[in-house]
Ligand binder design. Structure first.
Ligand SMILES: NC(=O)c1ccc[n+]([C@@H]2O[C@H](COP(=O)([O-])OP(=O)(O)OC[C@H]3O[C@@H](n4cnc5c(N)ncnc54)[C@H](OP(=O)(O)O)[C@@H]3O)[C@@H](O)[C@H]2O)c1
Length: 288
C-alpha cells in the first residue's frame, strides 16, 4: 500500500519502520529533516519536504506529533496533509490530543472527501519499537476497516471505540487511571523505605497479590533507585492530564486525584524533571 507517515519522533520513527518492514511503500515527513534522512537510510522509502507532498499519492496518511497545535500545523494549511490528500484517502492521527480536535478534523476531512480516525496509542517507546502498542480509535467503521490491518503492524490491540473523538476519550481514561496508580505506587514505595523495609522485597511480595500492576512490575525497582529515564515524560503527561481536566469540565466528571497528581507533576517540572519519566512522582516524596 502507498502510505505516508508524518512525525518521526520517539513513537513515530519505529511505528513507520514497522510499516516499511511489512513491505508497504512509505513516504515520510519530519519537521527536522535530518530524522527523515536517517529513517530513509535505515528503512528505504522516500522523504518528502512537506506533509502535503508526503500525502499526495498515499491511500493512508498516518501521523504522530506532539499536541493539538502540532496536529493542526501538520494537517492544515497549504503545506498540510489535507492539502495533498486525494479523495477517498484516510488520515489517521496517532497523537494524543483532544476529542474536540478529533471531531473538528473529521469535519474537515468529510468536506474534502477523505476519511479520518483519531487513534492515540498506549505502550510507550518499548511498545512502538516492539510493535506491541494498544491503539484506541474513533471514527467511521468503513475507514477503520481499511486502516486496521495497517495499524496492526505496530498494534497488538487495535480497537474502534466509537465515533470521532472516542479514541482520544479512551486514551484520557487510560491516563486518568495511570495518574492515580503511579502516585499510589510512589507513596507505598516511599513508605516502605522510610519504614526500614527492603523496598525491592516489598515490591516483589505485594506484586504477587492484589497490589500488582504493570507500573509496579516495570517501574518499582527503578523508582527505588531514583532512576527516571524509562519512557513517558512528565511534560507529555501534563499535556495529557490538561486534556483530561478540560474534558472533565465539559462532561462534569470529577477528577480530584488526577487534578492533584497533575500538581505533583508540576512540582517535578519545577525541579527540572520535565523529561523524567512519570514514575518520578516518588522523588517529590523522597526529597520533599
Ligand atoms: N513517548 C511515549 O512514550 C508516548 C506514549 C504514548 C503516546 N505518546 C504520544 O505520542 C505523541 C508523540 O510522542 P513522541 O514521544 O513520539 O514525541 P517526540 O519524540 O517529541 O516527537 C514528536 C514528533 O512530532 C514532530 N512535531 C512536533 N510538533 C510539530 C509541529 N508543530 N510541526 C511539525 N512536526 C512537529 C516532531 O518533529 P521534530 O523532529 O522536528 O521535533 C517529532 O517528529 C504525543 O502526542 C505523545 O503524547 C507518546
Amino acid at each position: 500500500m502507498k502510505l505516508a507517515f508524518l512525525g518521526l519522533g520517539v513513537m513515530g520513527y519505529p511505528m513507520a519502520g514497522h510499516l516499511a518492514k511489512a513491505g508497504h511503500d512509505v513516504t515520510v515527513y519530519n519537521r527536522t529533516a535530518a530524522k527523515a534522512d536517517a529513517w530513509v537510510k535505515e528503512h528505504g522509502g522516500k522523504r518528502a519536504a512537506s506533509p502535503a507532498e508526503a500525502a499526495r499519492d498515499a491511500a493512508i496518511v498516518l501521523m504522530c506529533v506532539g499536541n493539538d497545535a502540532d496536529v493542526r500545523a501538520v494537517a492544515a494549511g497549504p503545506e498540510g496533509a489535507f492539502a495533498g490528500m486525494q479523495r477517498g484517502a484516510i488520515l489517521v492521527d496517532h497523537t494524543t490530543a483532544s476529542a474536540e480536535l478529533a471531531r473538528a478534523l473529521e469535519g474537515e476531512a468529510k468536506g474534502r472527501g477523505v476519511g479520518f480516525l483519531d487513534a492515540p496509542v498506549s505502550g510507550g517507546q518499548a511498545g512502538a519499537v516492539n510493535g506491541r502498542l494498544t491503539v484506541m480509535a474513533g471514527g467511521e467503521e468503513a475507514a477503520f476497516r481499511v486502516a486496521e490491518p495497517v495499524m496492526r503492524h505496530y498494534g497488538q490491540a487495535v480497537t474502534l471505540m466509537g465515533p470521532a473523538g472516542s479514541g482520544q476519550l479512551t486514551k484520557m481514561v487510560n491516563q486518568i487511571m495511570i495518574a492515580g496508580l503511579v502516585q499510589g505506587l510512589a507513596e507505598g514505595l516511599n513508605f516502605a523505605q522510610r519504614a526500614g523495609l527492603d523496598g525491592r522485597k516489598v515490591a516483589e511480595v505485594v506484586g504477587k497479590g492484589a497490589a500488582q500492576s504493570w507500573q509496579l512490575d516495570n517501574r518499582a525497582a527503578t523508582m527505588l533507585e531514583g532512576k527516571f529515564e524509562f519512557g513517558f515524560a512528565v511534560n507529555w503527561m501534563r499535556k495529557d492530564l490538561g486534556i483530561c481536566l478540560a474534558e472533565a469540565r465539559r462532561n462534569q466528571a470529577q477528577l480530584p486525584v488526577a487534578a492533584l497528581v497533575d500538581q505533583f507533576y508540576q512540582r517535578v517540572q519545577d525541579r527540572g524533571g520535565g523529561r523524567w519519566d512519570t514514575s518520578s512522582l516518588i522523588q517529590i516524596l523522597a526529597k520533599p
